[in-house]
Design a protein around this ligand. Structure first.
Ligand code: GRF
Length: 229
C-alpha cells in the first residue's frame, strides 16, 4: 500500500503505522467522493481520519448522510456573509477548531480566494471530472462528448488560486463509448473518481506527492500511484 512504502524523506520503514492526519472534507451536494474518502479512512492503516464534513449548503444530501453515520458535520452557509473573504475566515476558524490539518474539496462549489489557498498551501486537494488541463470548469462530460473525445476521466490536484489549474497528483481515464450521454459518461468517470481520490490523498500524506514535485512531474497517471490503502 502506498502509505506504508519507505518514505525517502523521513526514512520511515516499510510497514510502520503512522499517525492519521485529521482531514476536513468540504462538500456542497451529493457527496459521493466524500463517502469514498470516509470509507478509505475506516481502514486502520489508511493515513487519514475524517475530522469534519463541512458544507456551505445546509441542504446538501451528503451532509445528511454524514450526520446519519455519526460523523462530525458543520454548515457554514456562504449566503450569510458579505464577502468571500469573510466566509473563508469563518471556514478556516471552524476547520482549525476541529483540528483539521488537511482539506479535501469534494464537489465544493465555491471558488476560493488566494488568501485561503495560501493559508492551506500544500494541504488542499480537489477532484475534477476531466483529464486536466482539458475541460476546466463545469459541464465537463457534455463538453468532452461534443468535442468527440475518445477518452475522458478525472484528476486530483493541489488547489491554486486559478480554478482547476493546480499541479496534478493523479488521473484516471475511461473510454468514451459511441452511445454515451453526459450522464452515462459521468457515471463511468465517477466510479474512477471514487478510487482515485483516496489513492491520491494517501500518496500526498505519505510524502510521495508534494505540490512542488507534482508541479515538476506533470500529470502522472493513477497507475503510477497504485491502489488505495
Ligand atoms: C464530482 O464529479 C467531482 O469530480 C466534482 O463534483 C462532483 C461531485 O460529486 N468536483 P459528489 O458530490 O462527490 O458525488
Amino acid at each position: 500500500m502506498i502509505h506504508s512504502l519507505s518514505d525517502p524523506l523521513s526514512g520511515t520503514p516499510r510497514g510502520r503505522t503512522r499517525e492519521k492526519t485529521p482531514v476536513g472534507i468540504l462538500i456542497s451536494g451529493r457527496g459521493s467522493n466524500m463517502r469514498a474518502l470516509v470509507d478509505a479512512c475506516e481502514a486502520a492503516d489508511y493515513p487519514a481520519s475524517v475530522r469534519l464534513i463541512l458544507s456551505n449548503d445546509p441542504a446538501a444530501p451528503g451532509l445528511a448522510w454524514a450526520a446519519e453515520q455519526g460523523l462530525p458535520t458543520a454548515v457554514i452557509d456562504h449566503r450569510a456573509f458579505a464577502s468571500r473573504a469573510a466566509f473563508e475566515t469563518t471556514l478556516t476558524a471552524r476547520l482549525m477548531a476541529a483540528g483539521v490539518e488537511f482539506i479535501c474539496l469534494a464537489g465544493f462549489m465555491r471558488l476560493l480566494t488566494a488568501g485561503f489557498v495560501q493559508m492551506w498551501r500544500d494541504r488542499l486537494l480537489n477532484i475534477h471530472p476531466s483529464l486536466l488541463p482539458a475541460y476546466k470548469g463545469l459541464n465537463t462530460h457534455a463538453r468532452a462528448l461534443a468535442a468527440g473525445e475518445r477518452e475522458h476521466g478525472c484528476s486530483v490536484h493541489f488547489v491554486v488560486p486559478e480554478m482547476d489549474a493546480g499541479p496534478i497528483i493523479g488521473q484516471a481515464s475511461v473510454p468514451v463509448l459511441p452511445d454515451d450521454t453526459p450522464e452515462t459518461l459521468a457515471e463511468r468517470v465517477l466510479t474512477q473518481e471514487h478510487k482515485l481520490y483516496p489513492a491520491c490523498l494517501a500518496a500526498v500524506l505519505a510524502g510521495h506527492r508534494t505540490l512542488e514535485a507534482a508541479r515538476a512531474a506533470g500529470a502522472p497517471h493513477t497507475a503510477q500511484l497504485g491502489p488505495p490503502g
